[in-house]
Design a protein. Structure first.
Lengths: 284, 349
């Protein structure tokens, strides 16, 4: 049984290379539309690489395999990043990248379950993913299914009251099969998250709600691997959260240094420049 | 233009209310008001009983509540199936989200709370996590419309208006214990999401006394009695009011037909058009809901769209936050008691 659940995605390709591929595909999708949440995609690429190519049990050609780990994208506007990961994982064909955000595409700009293989939920109305994750974790437990539920949420979603209803609920129901990943890039629509509605001290909050808490540099792949391994291996029947401090636009310094905004502005000629910067630093 | 009760009025705030007259029975504005005292036999917890029966046949059914199992009759299910019951606490948003998650994992969740909390507090979660995804979550809510004297915090006078605009959602407004009990297997079998208004506790058994072969059918309206002067199209317990008013008016030589329309959405437009299209009758809608956005407007739009233009009137709650008080008082005050329904119809003829 354990063998069958082994991830099909382990390979000799390094996680750094996977993250690089995710960044590259996100930039290419951004170029298709001339816009997109590429700042977030570049920032979360390392987390997605570790999720899809180290932690998650998946069958790329069977996206609804009952034994899969569920990965919920609560932040629907990060779809550009998840599509890149799903393409890299072989769940979506690479050719569809060119359809990003176009009419009748399976890759709409905000992620929706009915559109895209591998997109577990419709996110975007922020603060909903974790609660849905609670229900899926309850359901998996009732079925005796050992799969994990991962919920990827943003720091902005920490302001939604429903996030904390779900956090309290997950601990109350002892959902050891639920792992929440918080992308803490300290950026939301109107400015820095910590200046909009500050959620700090964040580890203390999650711990007080009954969660196992880790906080790591979300652009440090070895640290992420250790955190995901620890979250999966924990024996206690408690939900687990990994707060990932990430840098918007990571990997493309001229965008990183730009005045950071929720929706980073990229000029038409800069998409190719961004790809060139990435290509110059291609990992093995 | 006078708009009553819409704005804060400092003079109204402490306005004395008349004390009961000597000998007048003390009336209650209690939360747990019941429709039991309507002269009909009652059934205890028809929803809970029916859900247990259905859950014995269907092991995918689970129950969730937001701290209101005892007040939505879900405690009957919880006692029968403790492992399939999930107490989510006083947290409606996570209850709805979790119900969506369980539906994604193959379950058929019945989630219960009060209608005000589902419609007002959890709407976005119902819209995005359940309706947009066409998940088979059954949201079953007590205290619809004016069924509590507790005041606007608990009176869901606009729940149908809120939910009618939501694509994919089927909406059921049952009249009595038979409707509630027979709706349970019907909505469990329906592949999509459902919002059902719940009558709980001791629920009168009404329709079969007037129409012995009545059965609830999801999506179908049913003519319960025919009549030549007026046609009342009603849902929820207003069908009971319409039937009782029809009996009373019959004594005055007024002949009233009653069309029961327990599925608000999708509306059984075929039956409604067939009945309303019979010429020479006043057509009246009757609903336990504000006259804005509920059954009445749905019927009106149907008739007008199809060029059917009878004399048309609507019985329902006014566009106000309603008073606290005893239900019989309030039903009289807002025109949805049997006497008030009969008087309105008589006045329009």
């Amino acid at each position: 049984m354990q063998d069958e659940r082994a991830t099909a995605l382990l390979s000799n390709t390094s996680l750094a290379r996977r993250a690089w591929e995710i960044r590259r595909k996100a930039i290419r999708m951004g170029e298709v539309q001339g816009q997109g949440y590429v700042g977030q995609a570049l920032g979360i690429a390392d987390v997605l690489a570790v999720s899809y190519f180290h932690a998650l049990h998946l069958r790329p050609h069977e996206p609804e395999w009952e034994g899969r780990d569920r990965f919920l994208l609560s932040i629907g506007h990060y779809a550009i990043a998840l599509y890149a990961a799903l393409i890299e994982a072989g769940i979506l064909p690479e050719a569809e990248l060119e359809t990003y955000g176009t009419d009748d595409s399976r890759l709409p700009m905000s992620g929706m379950a009915a559109y895209t293989p591998g997109m577990e939920i419709t996110g975007g109305s922020l603060g909903q993913g974790l609660g849905i994750g609670v229900g899926m974790a309850l359901g998996l437990r009732a079925k005796g299914n050992p799969a994990f539920v991962y919920n990827l949420m943003s720091d902005g979603e920490l302001g939604e009251g429903s996030t904390w209803e779900a956090a309290m609920s997950a601990a109350h129901h002892k959902l050891g099969n639920l792992i929440c990943i918080v992308d803490f890039n300290d950026q939301q629509a109107d400015g820095k998250s910590t200046e909009m509605l500050c959620a700090e001290p964040l580890q203390d909050k999650w711990a007080a709600f009954g969660w196992h808490v880790q906080r790591v540099d979300g652009n440090d792949i070895p640290a992420l691997v250790r955190a995901f391994d620890a979250a999966r291996a924990l024996a206690e029947p408690r939900p687990r959260v990994i707060v990932c401090d990430t840098v918007m636009c990571k990997g493309v310094p001229f965008l990183e240094s730009r005045e950071i905004t929720h929706f980073v502005r990229v000029e038409p000629d800069e998409w190719q420049q961004a790809l060139a910067v990435l290509d110059a630093g291609r990992p093995d | 233009m006078t708009i009553a009760h819409h704005r804060y009025d400092p003079h109204r705030k402490w306005q004395p209310r008349p004390a009961p007259k000597p000998g007048e029975a003390a009336r209650t504005s209690a939360m747990i008001a019941s429709l039991a005292a309507e002269g009909y036999e009652t059934v205890s917890a028809p929803f809970g009983q029916a859900l247990v029966a259905e859950a014995r046949r269907n092991d995918r059914i689970v129950g969730l509540t937001a701290d209101l199992s005892k007040y939505t009759d879900l405690h009957v299910f919880a006692e029968a199936f403790p492992d399939r019951f999930h107490q989510m606490g006083m947290a409606e948003q996570v209850m709805i989200s979790a119900a969506a998650g369980m539906a994604r994992e193959g379950f058929v969740p019945f989630a219960t709370t009060y209608a005000v909390f589902a419609s007002r507090r959890a709407y976005d979660f119902i819209a995005m996590a359940i309706a947009e995804e066409y998940l088979p979550v059954k949201i079953v809510c007590a205290l619809p419309g004016l069924t509590t004297g507790y005041g606007p915090s608990h009176q869901a006078t606009e729940d149908l208006a809120i939910f009618r605009g939501l694509p994919n959602l089927t909406i059921v407004d049952p009249c009595d214990a038979i409707d509630v009990a027979e709706a349970v297997p019907a909505i469990a079998a329906h592949p999509g999401p459902v919002y059902m208004r719940l009558l709980r506790g001791k629920v009168p058994s009404v329709i079969r006394r007037h129409c012995p072969d009545y059965r609830f059918e999801l999506g179908k309206a049913r003519l319960l009695r025919d009549g030549s002067d007026a046609l009342v199209i009603a849902s929820g317990f207003m069908t009971m009011r319409a039937l009782d008013a029809a009996v009373a008016l019959e004594r005055d030589g007024i002949s009233v037909a009653v069309l029961h329309c327990p599925t608000i959405k999708p509306l059984d437009t075929e039956t409604i058009l067939a009945e309303a299209g019979k010429t020479g009758r006043l057509v009246v809608t009757a609903e336990n809901h504000t006259r804005i956005g509920g059954l009445g407007e749905a019927v009106a739009a149907t008739l007008l769209t199809h060029g059917v233009a009878p004399t048309f009137r609507m019985i329902g709650l006014p566009d106000q936050f309603l008073d606290a008080g005893a239900l019989p008082t309030l039903h009289d005050r807002y025109g949805i008691s049997t006497a008030a329904v009969a008087a309105q119809i008589r006045g329009w003829l």
